[in-house]
Design a protein around this ligand. Structure first.
Ligand code: SAM
Ligand code: MD0
Ligand code: SF4
Length: 354
């Protein structure tokens, strides 16, 4: 087996790596190896995307959920204050995020039965309402939905559908996403792409998975053809069965970001503010991310997911604050027409099944 520096160089030059080679990259832990991994990931990203980053606003519009995921603060049995924004409120939030300069609004919800009722009527109506008001990208993150909803979401104006498998190990999945079907969730992204909607997959890091499982998740996410792929470190949540798990630092997430970039040069790869707040922005960009997600306007009574409150009302997750930090790093936010071109190019490559 080649050494880590050689693997990095080969991936940077566009060679495919085998699963054991990906595992060797994820296992690398000397300072020199890891910093070269990040440097190579930055070179690849800058070669493909120049000095432009994309920024996504986050609107968690309903925190009601019928599911009971072991890792999630919003699981059904957790006792907390929940909210559901009205359509008008979501339209206002979306237009103000557009005015502030984000490239996309991510409409996210728990699996709220009220949005699922009657053939997902309220969800589809909401997406259509936002589409009528804004020209930026629209991502929908509604959980796992029926196949026939995807063409309707596309027609309503959704550009992206996000649904994260969390792990590509069935046994671990069954311990995390309790009472949920692994294959139904896998099919979500396939159905989205078949309907002409771009798809995002994601993995969680720090839930007891092995390095080999992490490598496998990266490769499975890449091979599935999803245009956006992510890794997020698990953040233990009060009131959940996983509350007392010792939190992982973000190193393995950063390595996953870098390895995804080295393997899949032109994918969109987020760095989320929802793990370490604004303090985690630079490290994620330095590991090869090209999208900043979970930008949340202050004082709107909106929550994050993994970090329900961190940096929201101090304004450090606001659009202006994030744009300033990006400029300080010598990068720029892409214009909406540049972002739209990326979406159109990628959509043209989907194999739509009519
Ligand atoms: N309810 C929908 C679903 O589960 O697909 C959409 C929103 S869900 C809250 C979005 C994602 O947040 C999850 O798929 C998971 O990857 C991430 N997440 C939730 N709780 C988390 C935690 N405690 N730490 C890190 N990430 C978390
Ligand atoms: C984020 N809090 O980007 C959001 C969320 C859902 N599509 C995304 C996990 O970090
Ligand atoms: Fe509900 Fe999503 Fe949280 Fe699972 S991760 S409990 S589906 S909000």
């Amino acid at each position: 087996m080649s050494d880590v520096f050689d693997l990095i160089k080969r991936a940077e030059n566009g060679s495919a790596l085998t699963l054991p080679e990906v595992e060797a990259l994820m296992a690398a832990d000397s300072e020199d190896e890891v910093s070269e991994m990040y440097a190579a990931a930055r070179r690849v990203r800058d070669r493909v995307f120049g000095n432009k980053l994309f920024i996504y606003g986050f609107v968690y519009f309903s925190t009601y959920c019928k599911n009971n995921c072991a890792f999630c603060y919003y699981r059904r049995t957790n006792d907390l204050h929940r909210y559901r924004k009205t359509k008008d409120e979501v339209l206002k939030l979306s237009t103000s995020l557009e005015d502030a300069g984000v490239n996309l609004v991510d409409l996210t919800m728990g699996e709220d039965p009220r949005m699922y009722a009657d053939g997902h009527r309220n969800l589809i109506d909401l997406v259509q309402g936002v589409r009528d008001e804004v020209d930026i990208g629209i991502m929908v993150s509604p959980g796992a939905i029926e196949k026939d909803a995807f063409p309707k979401l596309r027609d309503a104006g959704a550009d992206w559908f996000a649904c994260y498998q969390e792990t590509h190990d069935r046994e671990l999945f069954s311990k995390l996403r309790l009472e949920q079907d692994y294959d139904f969730r896998i099919n979500q992204r396939k159905w989205a792409m078949e309907a002409g909607i771009l798809a995002e997959d994601g993995m969680l890091v720090g839930l007891g998975e092995s390095v080999a499982e992490r490598a496998e998740a990266i490769v499975k996410m890449g091979e599935s053809g999803c245009d956006q792929i992510r890794a997020m470190t698990f953040v233990p949540q009060k009131g959940t069965p996983m509350e007392t798990i010792v939190p992982h630092d973000s190193t393995d997430e950063l390595k996953a970001i870098a390895v995804m970039r080295l393997l899949y040069h032109d994918r969109l790869i987020p760095g989320s503010l929802d793990v370490e707040g604004i303090a985690g922005l630079k490290t994620r960009v330095d590991a090869g991310a090209n999208v900043i997600t979970s930008i949340i306007p202050p004082y709107e009574e909106l929550a994050g997911v993994a970090q329900p409150e961190l940096n929201i009302n101090d304004g450090h997750r606001s659009v202006d604050y994030v744009i300033n930090m990006i400029e300080d790093m010598g990068k720029h936010v892409a214009s909406n027409s540049e972002y739209r071109n990326v979406l159109n190019e990628r959509k043209a490559k989907l194999k739509v099944v009519s």
